[in-house]
Design a protein around this ligand. Structure first.
Ligand SMILES: C[S@@+](CC[C@H](N)C(=O)[O-])C[C@H]1O[C@@H](n2cnc3c(N)ncnc32)[C@H](O)[C@@H]1O
Length: 176
């Protein structure tokens, strides 16, 4: 084969793998749609975390939210299941050292017991499961969650800013 035929097949194979990786996410959560630039700061403002506190982005995409959080002095942890996005976000965030951790994995298995704030951009279909998941966490301090656009069924949000909704989950020992 000539070099440009190789190139053609390589580009096609990568494109097909990217589409498969994108679609493979559907049973696990929302596919990649980045949060609109102006809305990211709204989410952080609602969470109102102090420098040194931690933010977890459940499905961290290309890592943009993690970078913004780190620039505000927070420790940021992202979970991402799409291998292409994981690699992109790992590259983008590596200059922040230990301040940002990106984990290649399923966020439904995450332990949020040490998190101060959580950011999530899911779809309606997964919101009930999200509530069960958050309720099952063993956190000792109130856990603040900002959901982009989608409400958590059976819960009342504490605040709203544009499409961002803030929920507060009480610590385990205060749940009644
Ligand atoms: C709607 S996008 C939001 C991306 C990013 N948080 C943002 O706001 O720009 C959802 C992301 O979650 C990832 N995702 C979906 N389900 C997941 C799961 N169960 N575990 C880890 N990542 C997941 C998708 O690959 C996608 O990158």
């Amino acid at each position: 084969m000539l070099w440009y035929e190789w190139l053609f097949w390589i580009i096609w194979s990568v494109a097909i793998l990217m589409v498969i990786a994108y679609a493979f996410i559907i049973p696990f959560g929302a596919v990649y749609i980045p949060t609109i630039k102006d809305q990211r700061q709204k989410a952080l403002d609602l969470l109102n975390l102090k420098p040194g506190q931690s933010l977890v982005d459940l499905g961290s995409g290309d890592g943009t939210m993690l970078v913004l959080a780190a620039k505000s002095g927070l420790t940021a942890i992202g979970y991402e299941l799409n291998p292409f996005l994981f690699i992109i976000s790992w590259f983008r965030t590596r200059r922040f050292g230990r301040q940002i951790k990106v984990r290649f994995g399923n966020f439904w298995k995450a332990n949020l017991s040490e998190a101060d704030g959580v950011y999530v951009f899911l779809i309606t279909h997964h919101m009930k499961r999200l509530d069960r998941f958050l309720s099952s966490q063993k956190h000792k301090k109130p856990l603040k969650i900002v959901s982009n656009s989608f409400t958590i069924p059976g819960r009342r949000y504490a605040k709203k800013s544009g499409p961002m909704l803030l929920y507060i989950y009480k610590p385990v020992d205060k749940q009644g």
